[in-house]
Write a protein that binds this ligand. Structure first.
Ligand SMILES: Cc1ncc(COP(=O)(O)O)c(C=O)c1O
Length: 382
């Protein structure tokens, strides 16, 4: 039989309690979700600022479709780059205080594109161990040498830098990290990274997927102006879809010419680009959303029993490590019975032995939702 591994690997996933299935969502508001006709409080959404149903953003989406059409109908270098894209690039560049921004169809594509385009033979890519799959895949597909330093362990990174630069001081180095880590919610220390990078003449690549919108005075992320390249997705706090890479003019030109995921892919929908621009404006105007998120996040940490293994965070991502797959699934199921939706996250998304409940808080949750969630978690886990 051909492709025998398909059935074998699926059976193995099931046996390890790692088999994944989708649920069909009837409606989602960030705060609430309807699944199979039943309503739950949703704590597994990346709509961190609660913008998904914002009337101004929805109106901009309709206006964008009317002005520019639903589809870009071509890749950017052919005829797919129109006024809506250009306006969004300029808005995002101003927001982050960067020279240029380039749009991608997703954060996954942007990460892969940059790693692949920069990862030439005389380059080394040093990645935080917990970097997103797309950064790793992009790095693996490149010609660069690849090393991973232990998560947020800058001594380990310094040791790797010292070793490789002593062996070859002509080597070009790119250090890649997430700003807020997707599965743990903890943060990279950009000051420490910048010091190391300056000393080693290395570039820093920062994935702000989970910090854009929710960190920074105007929601522009944790380190928009301080690193060489920033990547951020539109699909989380910004509540549309697609992504951007922010950098200087020369790098921008390089990516336009060499980033394969940019060149050989249809440009993002102009209607979405128009809505995204409105979303960025809204984030800056309604900064209370960010403040509310911080208040709810603090409330959650205070309400949770101290015996629960919660990764410390100032983001909206709260990782509760329960270790085993079966335990994470059982806890998620018990929460469901109490009207709470928290998806169990298991390997390979997270390392073996660190299956977890990944709780995400959104700005449109109410204080009573958070208190109820903590009560239920205390009951289910303690
Ligand atoms: C850290 C990180 N980077 C990149 C991505 C990919 O972004 P997108 O969903 O826009 O493809 C994600 C999303 O899962 C992420 O968590």
């Amino acid at each position: 039989m051909k492709f025998k591994f398909i059935a074998e690997q699926l059976a193995q996933q099931t046996q390890l309690n790692r088999h994944r299935q989708r649920v069909s969502i009837a409606s989602s508001s960030g705060r609430e979700i309807i699944v199979d006709g039943k309503q739950y409080l949703n704590f597994s959404s990346n709509d961190y600022l609660g913008l998904n149903n914002h009337p101004d953003i929805k109106a901009a989406m309709i206006e964008g479709a009317e002005k520019f059409g639903v589809s870009a109908s071509a890749s950017s270098l052919v005829t797919g780059f129109n006024y809506a894209h250009q306006a969004l690039e300029e808005t995002a560049a101003n927001w982050l205080g960067r020279e240029r921004v380039l749009l991608f169809s997703s954060g996954f594509a942007a990460n892969q594109a940059v790693m692949h385009a920069l990862g030439q033979k005389d380059v080394q890519l040093l990645l935080d161990k917990l970097s997103h799959a797309s950064i790793i895949d992009g790095a693996l597909s490149s010609q660069a040498s690849l090393k991973r330093y232990r998560h947020n362990d800058y001594q380990h990174l310094a040791a790797l830098l010292a070793k490789t630069t002593a062996a070859n001081n002509e080597l070009n180095t790119l250090i890649a990290t997430e700003g807020v880590f997707s599965m743990d919610g903890d943060e990279a220390d950009i000051d420490a990274l910048t010091q190391l990078a300056n000393k080693a003449n290395a570039m820093i690549y920062l994935d702000e997927a989970h910090s854009i919108g929710i960190k920074g005075e105007q929601g522009q992320g944790i380190a928009s102006a301080d690193v060489d390249i920033v990547m951020a997705t539109f699909g989380k706090a910004i509540a549309t879809s697609g992504a951007f890479v922010a950098c200087d003019t020369e790098l921008h030109d390089y990516f336009v010419n060499f980033a394969r995921h940019y060149i050989y892919s249809t440009a993002i929908s102009p209607a979405i680009a128009w809505a995204t621009q409105k979303s960025i404006e809204t984030i800056k105007k309604e900064i209370w959303r960010q403040e509310k998120l911080s208040t709810l996040t603090r409330l959650f940490s205070c309400q949770l029993d101290s015996s629960i293994d919660l990764v410390p965070t100032t983001s909206s991502i709260h990782a509760i490590n329960v270790q085993e797959e079966a335990k994470a699934l059982a806890a998620s199921e018990k929460l469901k019975q109490k009207g709470i939706w928290v998806t169990a996250i298991r390997p390979p998304t997270v390392p073996n032995g660190t299956s977890r409940l990944r709780v995400t808080i959104c700005a449109n949750h109410k204080e009573r939702d958070i208190i109820y969630l903590a009560e239920c978690l205390n009951e289910v886990l303690v």
